[in-house]
Design a protein around this ligand. Structure first.
Ligand code: NAP
Length: 291
């Protein structure tokens, strides 16, 4: 494996969030920089909510080329930037910043990464009925990406946060002429909407390690002909994906979205296309160690 030689000209990128210890981004990005023989390095910074402004000032002062932004900063970072990519502005969340000579622009590569993962597997969501389970940050980006692609969207979220799901639906309907419907996540609505869906997306943290026995959709509701996309990437194969495969459905795992959102950030920072396979292998190596 090639060494990372840090020089006086090395460009610095990183990820900020809190907590941050479990991020996969340094492994993927440093593998990509090495593969492309770029004089770049990527590291993780734990930044609590009250330290966000100082961190963004620091990005300017230290000429940090790029940052990924994760929980809890994706919304709060927006007013601290100079420019916003139109999709990030519509979504209302930023996960990637590009620093061009002190001008900071915010992007949302979660949304584009989700879409690229689907397209890469030969699925076009245009005109399809898509069920999105969850209404958190990732679900919101995904719902906007699907609306850009003219899918018909249903969002299911658990009772406590139902108004939030309705808010996303209203905002999407205001920006795009696509049908969007929000309802409560319960057995009755799953029985109603899962059979009507061409694509089912789990955008909740249900099924994520250490609660890997949980699943958002009862196995008996999934059938062949459907595509089940679980954006949870740890474990690599979730219970939802195992059960969907057993029922003959097509599946897409969260690692694909993770890799593509990282690949798109790499492209913004370096101007080069990303070595996607190298990034995927680097992430798989870590995830299989964590099993
Ligand atoms: P978030 O903003 O905290 O949202 C979490 C979502 O999960 C909310 O809709 C929440 O519902 C729901 N949820 C949590 N526990 C639940 C339960 N027991 N029953 C039903 N719903 C439950 O987090 P996020 O950033 O959107 O991330 C969600 C998941 O996606 C995480 O597993 C994360 O690792 C993964 N993710 C993957 C990628 C990728 O590239 N593959 C990118 C981003 C995120 P309430 O709103 O009701 O709490």
């Amino acid at each position: 494996m090639r060494e990372i030689a840090v020089t006086g000209k090395t460009r610095v990128c990183g990820v900020i969030g809190d907590p941050i210890e479990h991020t996969m981004s340094p492994v993927m990005q440093n593998a990509a920089f090495r593969e492309a023989e770029l004089d770049y390095i990527y590291t993780a910074f734990r930044v609590p909510a009250q330290g966000l402004k100082a961190a963004i000032d620091g990005m300017r002062a230290l000429s940090i080329r790029g940052l990924n932004i994760t929980i809890p900063h994706k919304v709060a970072v927006m007013p601290l930037l100079d420019k916003l990519d139109p999709l990030a502005e519509r979504i209302g969340a930023v996960n990637t910043i590009l620093n061009e000579e002190g001008t900071l622009t915010g992007y949302n590569t979660d949304a584009i990464g989700f879409r690229r993962a689907m397209v890469d597997k030969g699925t076009d969501p245009a005109g399809k009925n898509v069920l999105v389970i969850g209404a958190g940050g990732a679900a919101r980006a995904i719902a906007f990406a699907l609306a850009e692609d003219r899918a018909s969207i249903t969002i299911l979220n658990r009772q406590e946060e139902f108004e939030w799901a309705e808010g996303i639906a209203t905002r999407i309907s205001d920006s795009y002429e696509v049908p969007v419907f929000a309802a409560v996540l319960n057995r009755q609505n799953l029985e109603r909407f899962v059979p009507l869906s061409d694509i089912i997306v789990n955008a909740t943290s249900l099924g994520m390690t250490p609660n890997s026995r949980a699943t958002p959709v009862p196995a008996d509701l999934i059938c062949s002909g459907q595509l089940v996309f679980d954006i949870v990437y740890n474990p690599y194969e979730t219970r939802l994906l195992r059960e969907a495969k057993a029922n003959g459905a097509k599946t897409l795992d969260g690692l694909e979205m993770l890799v593509w959102q990282g690949a798109l950030a790499f492209q913004l920072w370096t101007g080069q296309s990303a070595p996607v396979d190298v990034m995927r292998q680097a992430a798989i190596k870590v995830l299989s160690r964590e099993k």
